[in-house]
Design a protein around this ligand. Sequence first.
Ligand code: AG3
Length: 289
Amino acid sequence: MDLWFTENHSDSVRFSIRVDKQLYSEQIEYQRIDVFQSLEFGRLLALDGYVMITQKDEFIYHDMIVHVPMAVKKDIKNVLVIGAGDGGTVRELCRYSTIEHIDLVEIDKKVVEVCEEYFPEMTVSMHDPRLDIHFTDGLRFVRRKQGEYDLIIVDSTDPFGPGEGLFTMEFYGNCYKALKEHGVLVNQHESPFYVNDAKAMCRAHERIKSVFPVCAVYQAHIPTYASGHWLFGFASKGLDPIKDLDEQHWNSLGIKTRYYNTELHKGCFALPSYVKEMLETGEVLDVRR
Ligand code: AG3
């Protein structure tokens, strides 16, 4: 039997992973949730048909969304995480003993339940005493917060469906307000490659730039996301993602990572010229006919 999971990376590009079996599938209020057992990538979680995590490459995404800001600002105590019901981001954050409190805001309770069952290695810290989980809309949650957080991580889906509000001016403005004076905002920033993703990336960058004085973009190789080339955004009220990196301090923590290291930290902000140009001009090259 030939069983494949296929995601459309664009209207005319498809990406397929051979699967052994489908472990779970449900269409609920917010989105469709699927879990597959795949041969190459281990278990795979898809939301509305888009790969969110696989056991094989989730470490790349979670290392980059957590350790980059944590290595820049060493006194992070209070963190807000939006999305990320799979637990991966919280797992990495909980490795820092300096973190005192984490608010995790996930719109879909079912994602947390499904991941606890099928991805136990991702959800190891979901019962950490420092963690409070709020099942609500991130946009609404952040509206009523002021000067509370050292770090906000937006680990959202793409800018359509339930994740749409997390790419708006209103949301970024509220994040700015919710952050303390030296606070940092990190978000998943889409891919620069296929036209629709690239447009979403430019739009997000434009909006973040109009709210935060410091705004940088960094990259990672994530094999199961569209084109394999994925970006993250780093925004702050003043901290610089490279100049304020304290390599010695981070390395002294002894946190063992499989993707992130402080050498890579300095390199990941160096973007290919076409990406830099797109971010500067907002213009996306389209060769489609
Ligand atoms: N967050 C989703 C990243 C964007 C994926 N988009 C896509 N495949 N088109 C992943 C959640 C991990 N905690």
